[in-house]
Design a binder for this molecule. Sequence first.
Ligand code: TYD
Ligand code: MG
Length: 449
Amino acid sequence: MQTPSAKTVYVCQLCGFRSQKWLGRCPGCGEWNSFLTESDRPLRRVRNSSPVLEYPTVQQEKVERITTRNVEFDRVLGGGLVPGSLVLLGGEPGIGKSTLLLQIAESLSAQGLKTLYIAGEESIQQIKLRGERLGVQGRNLFLVAETSLEAIFTEVEALQPQILIVDSIQTVSTEKLESIPGTMGQVRECAAQFLSFAKQQNIAVFLIGHITKEGSLAGPKALEHIVDVVLYFEGDRHQNQKIVRAVKNRFGPSNELGIFEMSSRGLLCVENPSGLFLSERPESAAGSVVVCAMQGSRPILAELQALVSHSAYGTGRRMGNGVDPSRIALLLAMLEKRVGLQLSGSDIYVNVVGGLALQEPAIDLAVVAAIVSSFRNQPIGFRSVVFGEVGLAGEVRAVSFAQTRLKEALAMGFDWVMLPHGNLPLSGPVEPLRIQAVSSVQDAFDALF
Ligand code: TYD
Ligand code: MG
């Protein structure tokens, strides 16, 4: 451990908590051994004085967008790439970040947009090798192995690209700070400089950021408020389908999903996500139910599975994959209290198939239906879809986009939908779908089992 000088401050590498002393455990996020020293110089910002305007005189700028010619990537960006924007792409190592951005680099450069790819993680040869696999032609695509921020800016000045890809932000460092690359101070300062640079030069900049499970590197989480757009790869890297979610977008809707499939020639756009997520569904298996969830502007049908088994210990374990565990706990408490189900002695696992994370309350009814289906060992109809929010009193509450969800169920060949009574009357015909409207979980179970 270094002896702190007057200027030294300790910063948690995970959440950015600052302290005058070294601490074993971060009071901010609870992480152990996460403090490193960084010189406590304030981040310098470029300040241009700007005029004060009266509201009506403010000219609305039309946002021009560049298509990446990749349907799913354009979708997750909110309809294409905005020039001068700073986009962060985060995800676990090996999930496909470099692959995706090399494909996007090819597609943008093929349109005549000069693109510079900064290789900080891999050698130029390794990137070329990946490019060969992806069928990259690379006209207008330039590569440089560089990790100094100042040197990167010099290269950019010489080349004048319109697109810059930094792989990864954790390898870049500025001479202004003494700390090593990848530390919180470096990552934040470099990202902030890329932001003002992107705005001044009107260059679109992509930053790749690793998220490690151990959190040993400064997390891209700390950059979320700096950048314009935050995209994360969701799910785990072993599955073929790759989901990219916009968790923040200053130029478009957040929560939009891009769905890809990893192939031997890179990431392919998935045209029918519902079909993909339902492709391996078991027939007449207790605990399996199909839900229709809104993901951004798009309805997606997904299979929810629950497994309720007798616990070997007194208190049962509860695990959720793709469903918020605290939401599961709340729904289980409701089931015990309102429906009288004795679940405390059972282990309960809930899983969304395919690595999707579903966060809307509209999946509640499907979660309880899956749990009860497994508990009673009674399957739910194979061609049935269930959606609705569940309240603490066991009431089923109306959800938004009911008609959109029904259309998706219809398009995917389902024939029976259970939805909240509060969503009636429907705004249009949905024949030949049969509709079961319910106003309480008890009603729902009476209709399902
Ligand atoms: P990569 O893009 O290097 O991941 P990241 O940059 O997020 O660390 O690679 C992701 C994985 O994809 C890697 O295990 C190899 C695999 N892959 C394919 O299956 N097909 C391909 O065409 C390519 C280029 C990679
Ligand atoms: Mg990579």
